[in-house]
Design a protein around this ligand. Structure first.
Ligand code: ADP
Ligand code: MG
Length: 713
């Protein structure tokens, strides 16, 4: 498949029609015309000459080919930048439209004012002139459609225009043309605004890097950066890709990736993210990820793709529009013919009513009701460091009633420490270290930190097996050993002393890891993880934005669970859960409620996938970020309530837009029954709906920055 950047698509509905036309070509059946991002995706085998001809019928054209097959995201970002020249071309088209429209409107108004003083031929001439300059593209497209018996909005408007002129309604006819020009202008403007703001986001991508090659500085494109290369980043420059600081210290602005505007202090051995800005010192950074694997490239990829997934509501409207236009034409014909034929009413009167119905039929406002709002919502969230992977998920987020949290790494910091050690055997630490050294679980990390401080011998186990959510079993020097919670040590009957120790550690709220051989317990670790400072406030804010229930799911024992739940304010908790039991719990919850699951990803991916909405912590594992529908780039939950508030607002705006668009049409259609509908009412209701829907959707983009500091400690 090849991907092309398009310009000049006039409306969402037209894009759908172009897509259908291209799909009819040989090898074209999988072609996609994406309105939101202005893209054409089509099989390489398709005859591009024919495709271009189809595109031209809507005034659209190919700007350039973007390399979609190439996994290197840079080519896409680059082509984005290259296309800026063409953006101006497009801006010019919109600019031209604006000038012509203003001129047409002025001529129109002046002619109405002086109509009585002008000879009729001059007045009519002026109206025709205004019509020609504002509506000629629509008119030409419509005429062509008419000859091909294709009925879409342009056809509708063209019939209305011809009809109005044929009965001498010059003013109304002209206004129809102006209205159509205005519709086209606003639609272009609204989508362009939302898209601009998305492109603004994409601009944060760094373009070049200064590498140190044998002590020599060399400037290379970021796309060519490789793992292990050393780059220099001067103050004010962007860090080209994810890496580790080898030399220098500075404060770094990570807002592009995390949405957090406060600078972060960085020193030697700290990790830095590509796309963040070096505020002060000179930094020498070792690149740990090629640009295409960096967090930033992933974000840009996600956000770009997010524009295209359609929500069920959008799909419905798309499908709806297909039957809607022909239906309106049928209704208009009925209105024109039934009363004169059956009730002997005057033909002229009902012909006029039928024309008005045609104009009311323009579904532009309806089609525009959700895409601008969704793209604006996704963009606004992305600016806050919250990646929503598509319109559907934004819509879903606004409906969530219950949120389930994983404990470790989500509500707590996920950086536990060993606080108490009970040793019963001299082999204890050495065995524990050998078992845990290759585990990535935060608990294992805590144990290793403790053990590294002691000087005990650690060996590689001959065999090692992880029991997810329980612990580890391994063979060391021919002997089998266990480390984990009680369910992982099922083969031993604990002595009274050990049982008492376990009880005491649990009472303190510690997570316990018991280390044992075949017959006896060697020792126990008491481990605790700090609760994130913002957790309590976040839970409170979640209730404030309308979440009904919060639930904590953990593999840890009941005492710790109770303690953490009470401290952060989560109302329900389930403890001692294996990963698959977390999935079962989520399934149970989703039966009656809309449930989101938030996790950091260490064995949470299945639960994230099961919930109606999976939310992953950005610093979690790749698998969780891939499974999740929403990714929080900041390493805490602080922005989640705001994202929910925003998505609720987006949902409300879409619902309002749809009812406004439909409501105005229904009222206008009802007016047609007693014969009160005038062309004026029809035109103004449609114009009003389109303008309102566009403006209301764009308000989502306004007010940025306000929420930035709402939810901190
Ligand atoms: P959570 O639900 O809090 O994220 P997990 O499901 O990851 O917890 O783990 C549950 C329990 O299993 C831990 O509290 C610990 O007792 C035990 N456990 C998990 N992984 C390990 C490990 N690598 N070593 C020892 N014990 C472990
Ligand atoms: Mg976990």
């Amino acid at each position: 498949m090849a991907e092309y950047k398009l310009k000049g698509l006039s409306c969402a509905n037209c894009a759908r029609e172009l897509q259908e036309a291209i799909q009819k070509l040989e090898n074209g059946q999988n072609a996609k015309v994406l309105y939101n991002s202005g893209k054409l995706i089509v099989d390489e085998q398709v005859n591009m000459k024919k495709v271009e001809k189809i595109l031209a019928s809507d005034g659209a054209f190919i700007v350039n080919k973007t390399d979609n097959g190439d996994p290197n995201r840079l080519t896409r970002t680059e082509s984005h930048n290259h296309s800026h020249g063409h953006d101006h071309v497009h801006e010019h088209t919109n600019q031209k439209l604006k000038v012509l429209l203003s001129l047409a409107t002025t001529v129109f108004i002046l002619t109405i004012i002086f109509e009585n003083n002008l000879p009729p031929s001059i007045a009519i001439g002026s109206f025709l002139f205004a019509t020609a300059i504002s509506g000629y593209t629509t008119f030409l497209k419509g005429l062509k459609n008419l000859t091909q018996f294709k009925f879409n909005i342009d056809t509708l408007m063209t019939i209305a225009l011809i009809g109005a002129f044929s009965i001498g309604e010059w003013k109304e006819g002209t206004l129809v043309a102006i209205l159509f020009g205005l519709n086209e202008y606003l639609e272009g403007l609204g989508m362009e605004k939302a898209r601009k703001s998305m492109e603004e986001l994409l601009k944060v991508a760094p373009k070049e890097a200064t590498i140190l090659d044998n002590g020599l500085e060399k400037i290379v494109p970021v796309g060519s950066l490789q793992k292990g290369q050393i780059v220099l980043v001067r103050s004010g420059e962007k860090i080209p890709s994810d890496g580790v600081i080898l030399d220098g210290r500075s404060s770094v602005n990570e807002a592009a990736i995390t949405g957090e505007s406060l600078p972060v202090e960085k020193k030697v051995n700290d990790t830095v993210l590509g796309g963040s800005i070096n505020n002060e010192g000179l930094l020498k950074v070792e690149i740990t990820k090629a640009y295409e694997d960096s967090s930033l490239a992933k974000i840009l990829h996600l956000v770009e793709d997010a524009q295209e997934t359609k929500t069920p509501k959008e799909l419905f409207i798309d499908r709806f529009a297909k039957y809607y236009t022909p239906l309106i034409i049928v209704i208009a014909i009925l209105v024109m013919t039934v009363p004169p034929l059956l009730f002997n009413s005057e033909w002229g009167v009902w012909f006029y009513q039928g024309l008005a119905v045609l104009i009311v039929g323009c579904p532009c406002a309806l089609i525009l009701s959700s895409p601008i709002a969704l793209v604006s919502g996704i963009t606004r969230n992305a600016r806050n460091g919250i990646l929503v992977k598509g319109g559907v998920f934004l819509e879903q987020l606004g409906k969530i009633e219950t949120i389930a949290f994983d404990k470790t790494g989500t509500l707590t910091k996920g950086e536990p420490h060993v606080l108490e050690v009970k040793q019963y055997d001299e082999l204890f630490l050495s065995i524990a270290g050998s078992l845990e050294k290759s585990s990535s679980h935060p608990i294992a990390k805590a144990i290793m930190k403790k053990i590294m401080a002691e000087s005990v011998p650690i060996t590689d186990p001959e065999q090692l097996q992880t029991n997810s959510g329980q612990g580890i079993v391994g063979v060391i020097n021919g002997q089998k050993y266990w480390a984990g919670n009680e369910s992982n040590i099922g083969h031993i009957n604990f002595t009274d002393k050990i049982q008492n120790d376990i009880h005491l550690l649990k009472e303190k709220g510690y997570t316990i890891v018991i280390v044992a051989d075949k017959e006896k317990v060697l020792g126990i670790f008491g481990i605790a993880d700090e609760i994130r400072e913002e957790s309590q406030q976040v839970i409170k804010n979640l209730y404030d934005v309308g979440i009904k229930q919060t639930v904590m799911l953990t593999g840890d024992h009941q005492k710790t669970a109770e303690k953490v739940a009470a401290e952060v304010g989560v109302t329900t908790y389930y403890s001692n859960l294996l990963p698959e039991e977390k999935v079962t719990k989520i399934k149970e919850l989703t039966k009656t409620k809309h449930v989101a699951m938030v996790g950091d990803g260490i064995n949470d991916a299945p639960a994230l996938a099961t919930a109606d909405l999976g939310i992953a912590m950005g610093k979690g594992t790749d698998s969780a970020i891939e499974t999740a529908d929403i990714v929080l780039m900041q390493d805490h939950l602080g922005k989640l309530p705001e994202a929910i508030r925003l998505s609720k607002r987006v949902n409300k705006i879409i619902a309002f837009n749809i009812s406004l668009a439909l409501g105005l049409k229904i009222i206008a259609l009802l007016l047609a029954i007693p014969g009160w509908l005038t062309l004026w009412i029809a035109i103004l209701s449609d114009m009003g709906a389109t303008i309102l829907v566009t403006l209301i959707s764009l308000t989502i983009l306004i007010g940025q920055g306000q929420e930035k500091r709402n939810v901190t400690t």
